[in-house]
Design a protein around this ligand. Structure first.
Ligand code: AMP
Ligand code: ZN
Length: 104
């Protein structure tokens, strides 16, 4: 079976998408751990951070994080979390950046 994030990217699975361009998609985490909990996901299926070699893509991901943080009102305070590998708590084997915020 194809990975769940690839299914979301291909519109084969539903998601609450807040931003999308040709390289990156951002959608709400289905099990939020903060008032705002988004997942910033490159559309290319890269398994994990330790497999990422594309500097431009990494830079674009962080620009997107900043842009979306501003858009949803958490630019002044948020967390970016990346789980790497099973022992690092990574459950979905498609690179993703958690963007969390909105605490009072
Ligand atoms: P990680 O533990 O870093 O691999 O995070 C995977 C995240 O993906 C978890 O926070 C899940 O709640 C989230 N997640 C899993 N399936 C979906 C889905 N179909 N739509 C949105 N978020 C999901
Ligand atoms: Zn995938």
């Amino acid at each position: 079976m194809k990975c769940i994030f690839c299914q979301i990217i291909n519109k084969e699975s539903p998601a609450d998408v807040v931003f999308e361009n040709e390289k990156i998609i951002v959608f709400k985490d289905i099990n939020p751990k903060a008032p705002v909990h988004l997942l910033v996901v490159p559309k290319e299926h890269i398994k994990s951070l330790n497999k990422l070699e594309n500097k431009e893509l990494l830079f674009e991901i962080f620009l997107t994080i900043k842009k979306i943080a501003r858009k949803v009102g958490i630019l002044q305070g948020h967390q970016v979390i990346i789980s790497v590998g099973e022992k690092g708590g990574q459950e979905v084997d498609h690179l993703h950046f958690h963007l969390l915020g909105g605490w009072k």
